[in-house]
Design a protein around this ligand. Structure first.
Ligand code: PGA
Length: 261
């Protein structure tokens, strides 16, 4: 499986022109490095405007409604995203959980998205840094709950983003996870997925790492030898065009064997 690089722009940039320029750079990087898959998650209002510029990178949304249609002011349905050409949707990002999004709502979003053929990128991660040998119970709880409502076979090809909150660049004192620890987490998440969804579906699911990923460390997270992290979710560094291009280059190099995790 090609490593997946997801650019999570969050609520940026301020102007459409900047979004177009960033998108064009992401597209150029994706064209130059065919050994990786790139997805760009802009805010909703930019989705349609950047769609053609990012190719061959694909579109991701940052959220989706639990509901298919109806009186839900401010919400965006899975079908609307699908019809716009969106491939992936990030669900359960810690910044949304912090606003009160519950495990139950996340499970419903995963199910609603998967049913229309969107690919969920399910974000999980613990709040506080723990000893490396301790597997945070938050991962197990969040993951089990997130996949509980969706038909299993619809989760084939889904993505799990492991993002420890303490590593996200906007957290106080943030530091990226150590790549070998992230690899251990990926292996653990994969084991959980086998238990939750069965070997066949679990083997189609990518686990990716997020939290202070930069061009300098991105390659180290993508391990080749074991089935560890198979991509990265990039926040702050995806807003700097040159930095993001270098993230893509670094992951592509690692995937070819230039950098070992
Ligand atoms: P960061 O954000 O790369 O800025 O740490 C990652 C995320 O929150 O998805």
């Amino acid at each position: 499986m090609k490593p997946l690089i997801v650019a999570n722009w969050k609520m940026n940039p301020r102007a459409l022109g900047e979004a177009r320029a960033l998108a064009a750079c992401a597209g150029r990087a994706a064209r130059a490095k065919r050994g990786v898959a790139v997805a760009v998650a802009p805010p909703f209002p930019y989705l349609a405007a950047v769609r053609n510029r990012i190719r061959p990178a694909v579109l991701a949304a940052q959220d989706v409604s639990t509901e298919p249609s109806g009186p839900w002011t401010g919400e965006v349905s899975p079908a609307m995203l699908k019809n716009l050409g969106v491939r992936y949707v990030i669900i359960g990002h810690s910044e949304r959980r912090a606003l009160g999004e519950s495990d139950e709502a996340i499970a419903r979003k995963v199910s609603a998205a998967a049913r229309v053929g969107l690919v969920p990128i399910i974000a999980v991660g613990e709040a506080a840094r723990e000893a490396q040998e301790v597997i945070p119970s938050a991962i197990r709880t969040q993951l089990a709950s997130a996949v509980a409502a969706a038909p299993r076979r619809r989760l084939a090809g889904a993505v799990i983003a492991y993002e420890p909150l303490w590593a996200i660049s906007t957290s106080r004192g943030a530091r990226p996870d150590a790549p070998d620890n992230a690899t251990r987490r990926a292996i653990y998440i994969r084991k959980l997925l086998v238990g939750l969804l069965g070997e066949r579906i679990a083997s189609t699911i990518r686990v990716i790492y997020g939290g202070s990923v930069t061009a300098r460390n991105a390659g180290a997270f993508v391990s080749r030898d074991v089935r560890g992290m198979e991509g990265v979710l990039v926040g702050a560094a995806s807003l700097d065009a040159e930095e993001f291009v270098n993230v893509v280059v670094s992951v592509a190099q690692a995937a070819r064997g230039g950098v070992r995790a």
